[in-house]
Design a protein around this ligand. Structure first.
Ligand code: SF4
Length: 329
């Protein structure tokens, strides 16, 4: 799968040489043209594909970058009955899918096993596309989740155990991620969408390249690159990621996985830096951008790119079932 040597991957990551990086980004972008055409997909979640927390606002962890605040942005469905009601309501209003997420237990798993019966019911009644944040997986759980009707799995992969220890408060070794990905593959999820959060280690690059190498233990459906989002009222509210670092990881993902769609995920900063991350990662070859700013939409249009719009979580591949007629700003 890899088309670039490990030494060259590291050279890209460490480089501050503008001309060298421009050449690399161009190579990555050209590879995207070749494989996916001169087209950018834009994703919008909102009511088309709502994120739902099955633990409400509860989480056994207390990650430094989140402090459980991410759960505030989700629809709360802390028991199977509420999950069923909410999913039926979303489906009747036109949702095409849901992201089932939530807080974690102390072993970095999301307690989905308590919801498998209701998920099976939701799937058979609505046909909604179900993407889940599972946290770490073993084969038995992965199989159970596939069998109850979960279509896809989204998993944050962190390449540095030191980062998971410092930020999540749990040391997660590489082998655990490999086991999760291989189990997901073996169990037969339709979509396996690993995420790499650039700058999770206090805004700096640390285990992101290793995360891509871990992901290479399988062929993922797609890779989502996100950027540390400084959330108010968390100890990491002042840590910003360098847009160039996000672009380097996007380009590395493209070069290491030439056939796999690379998406800039919705989790990233606001304001000017958001626009800069979008522009740099576009230049570095991403094929999709979630919740785009108007600026990036105009930028790619002005460069003659075809644009398509999808009402879905950025962790699922573009599919006509999710297609929208026009952008939303
Ligand atoms: S496990 Fe998830 S929800 Fe819980 S604190 Fe960490 S990032 Fe937030």
């Amino acid at each position: 799968m890899e088309t670039v040597t490990k030494n060259f991957q590291e050279k890209i990551l460490k480089s501050n040489d503008k001309r060298f990086l421009e050449k690399i980004f161009l190579k990555a972008r050209n590879l995207t043209y070749e494989k996916f055409g001169k087209k950018i997909n834009f994703y919008y979640t909102s009511t088309f594909f709502p994120p739902i927390s099955i633990t409400g606002k509860n989480c056994a962890l207390d990650c430094l970058h989140c402090k459980r605040k991410l759960l505030d942005f989700m629809v709360q469905a802390p028991n199977p009955k509420i999950l069923l009601e909410k999913c039926l309501r979303f489906w009747k209003k036109g949702a095409k899918g849901v992201l089932i997420s939530g807080g974690c237990k102390s072993d970095f798993t999301v307690p989905l096993e308590n919801f498998v019966d209701v998920i099976e019911k939701i799937k058979s009644k609505t046909g909604l596309f179900i993407l889940a944040h599972t946290g770490l997986l073993d084969y038995k759980k992965a199989k159970m989740f596939v069998e109850c009707g979960i279509d896809g799995v989204a998993l944050d992969v962190v390449g540095s155990p030191e980062t998971t220890q410092k930020i999540y408060g749990v040391k997660i070794e590489k082998e655990k991620y490999v086991e999760s990905l291989v189990s997901a593959k073996k169990a037969g999820f339709k979509v396996i969408s690993p995420h790499v959060c650039v700058g999770l280690h206090f805004g700096k690059i640390k285990g992101e390249l290793e995360a891509l190498r871990i992901i290479a233990s399988i062929k993922p459906t797609m890779i989502v690159v996100t950027a540390l989002m400084p959330l108010p009222e968390t100890p990491m509210k002042n840590y910003l990621v360098d847009p160039l670092d996000v672009a380097k990881i996007a380009a590395l993902a493209r070069l290491m996985f030439p056939d796999v769609p690379i998406t800039l995920g919705c989790a990233r900063s606001k304001g000017k830096i958001r626009e800069e991350i979008e522009k740099q990662t576009f230049l570095a070859g991403v094929s999709s951008i979630a919740i785009p700013t108007k600026k990036i939409y105009e930028y790619v249009k002005n460069r003659g790119f075809k644009t398509e719009f999808y009402g879905a979580c950025c962790g699922v591949p573009p599919n006509k079932k999710f297609r929208l007629k026009k952008p939303i700003f």
